[in-house]
Ligand binder design. Structure first.
Ligand code: 9PG
Length: 502
């Protein structure tokens, strides 16, 4: 029985010793954990998604689950069979619930150590199981604490960092210009050449080439739109004093990619021997790399070393969850361990680069990557009415809600809320919402933008310079950001309230 002045729960775990709950948290080892709430019922709770894009928000037990709107193709990419349910409220890695809304006291329960629990929450009970019960039947380490919301989430984050031996503190990389949210796949060598001098003048530190440069997803060589090769672009960016950045998705390959034909054994299979679909994008299914296969590991190493050899030192590694899908692998290990093995292979191949993970499994990436996308794609529009209420659909609103709901990750990785906007050309966003996207960058501490210089007015150009200048400050000059509540902050003393936008 867990008792505080305002709440009382019954904790159920084998061989459990009495627990003292506090903000420092209690730890226990068990294969599953069940908390029966007794004396109050859980109404508001924290739903945390499995990967960068998965729906994450404070939600209510008396509503339908907060999940990817019925869209089977997107479900595979932005969710996971273990964390999605049409009927149950599921949360990955941790959950929390409010025990006293007047004092903002919450209970947080989570798993530690890179192996992850999935929670099922009802009004009366929080029950949990390992993410991959088939392969993972040894005990997990559970953490539970109670306290003021921001403090208790921060305490859990500290415990998580301490529990991962290979944990490296987050590094920062300065403001990033990305080609995605303006040109999408319509990029050429010329697009990049044109942007380089302007990005340099604006004060960007990284110029990142997104999807559209490769032959195909799975064939990581320059296509004919980059006729002088990727080393040419990297050199240009480098000579302009910026860090060359490249988008890749090395844990997946489109079904039509040559590597799938040549080495189907490098990919995760179904029990019947067919290749397992990791998701759909680019108009066809894609497969997930079996990162436990020695041949696949060598291929991955070669792919990363080659891109590094071109001169890229910042990698946006996307669709990472492809390596963690359920299925048959060369080595019979749990899927999170396979995923971490893949990240370690990359780290060993290219040790000193900045890695920004996207589509990343949140808990299993901690300690192995520098930056992490913490929400679905943003877009130059506010909401995604075409996808009804899908919280994983591209839109500023979805990106903002997800990112702020994961603010607690700040001490573990650089949490990327996706690009901020300044431009009014090629956008449906108002100046006011544009300013909100920049404040979001400031509070998360990760600044990126995709506005091409040629689309900007003179005053917008000036705003970009200011954004980059603030993002480049270090030490005592850095913005002073304080979280004052769930969605409220001060930025250098200026109060910023995101609640009305959530
Ligand atoms: C390039 C893009 C950009 C973008 C990434 C990622 O859930 N989904 O189906 C889904 C599809 C695409 C996607 C994200 C989610 O976009 O987030 O920044 O790099 O790939 O193709």
């Amino acid at each position: 029985r867990l008792k505080t002045t305002t709440t009382s729960c019954v904790l159920n775990a084998p061989s459990m010793s009495p627990l003292e709950l506090s903000v420092t948290g209690a730890q226990l080892r068990a294969d599953t954990l069940r908390i029966d709430v007794d004396g109050h019922s859980i109404s508001e709770f924290y739903r945390h998604g499995i990967n960068s894009w998965s729906p994450t928000a404070w939600w209510y037990t008396d509503r339908e689950p907060w999940r990817v709107w019925d869209n089977d193709e997107r479900l595979l990419t932005a969710e996971d069979p273990a964390t999605d349910s049409t009927t149950d409220h599921r949360s990955y890695l941790l959950t929390a619930w409010t025990v006293d809304s007047s004092t903002h006291r919450v209970i947080v329960v989570g798993t530690l150590g890179g192996r992850t629990g999935v929670f099922t929450v009802t009004g009366q009970q929080v029950a949990s199981a390992p993410l991959d019960p088939e392969h993972d039947n040894s005990e997990l380490t559970w953490w539970i604490g109670i306290g003021e919301e921001c403090e208790i989430f921060a305490a859990y984050a500290r415990a998580l960092a301490d529990s991962i031996p290979e944990f490296h503190s987050r590094q920062d990389c300065g403001p990033v210009w990305s080609s995605w949210y303006s040109w999408f796949e319509e990029i050429t060598e010329h697009t990049i050449e044109t942007e380089v001098p302007h990005a340099q003048t604006a004060g960007y530190r990284v110029l990142q080439i997104d999807d559209g440069w490769e032959k195909t997803v799975g064939d990581w060589q320059a296509n004919t739109d980059f006729e002088h090769g990727m080393d040419h672009c990297a050199t240009l960016i480098h000579n302009a004093g910026m860090r060359p950045g490249l988008w890749m998705a090395p844990f997946i390959a489109r079904s039509s990619a040559p590597i799938v034909r040549e080495h189907p054994e490098y990919f995760i299979h179904n029990a019947d021997g067919t290749l397992a679909h990791a998701g759909y994008n680019w108009g066809e299914p894609y497969f997930g790399l079996d990162t436990t296969h020695p041949g696949a590991q060598q291929w991955l190493t070669n792919v990363m070393k080659r891109a590094h050899g071109w001169g890229f030192t910042y990698f946006k590694l996307d669709f990472l969850n492809g390596a963690a899908i359920p299925g048959v692998r060369y080595q019979d290990c749990d899927r999170e361990e396979a995923y971490r093995q893949g990240l370690r292979t990359i780290r060993q191949a290219v040790p000193d680069v900045y890695i920004m993970g996207s589509g990343a499994l949140i808990g299993s990436s901690v300690g192995l990557i520098d930056g992490m996308r913490v929400g679905p794609d943003t877009a130059p529009y506010w909401d995604n009415t075409e996808r009804h209420r899908d919280p994983s659909g591209p839109a500023v609103r979805n990106a903002l809600r997800n990112a702020l709901s994961r603010y607690w990750l700040t001490s573990l990785v650089a949490p990327d809320p996706d690009v901020a906007f300044v431009r009014t050309r090629g956008s449906l966003l108002s100046d006011q919402v544009n300013a909100v996207t920049r404040d979001l960058g400031h509070v998360m501490g990760v600044h990126s933008c995709s506005d091409p210089d040629s689309w900007l007015t003179d005053s917008e150009r000036q705003q970009i310079r200011e954004f980059c200048q603030v993002a480049s400050r270090s030490g005592a000059d850095q913005l002073d950001v304080q979280q004052t509540g769930r969605f409220t902050f001060t930025i250098n003393g200026r109060a910023v309230d995101f609640q009305p936008w959530i």
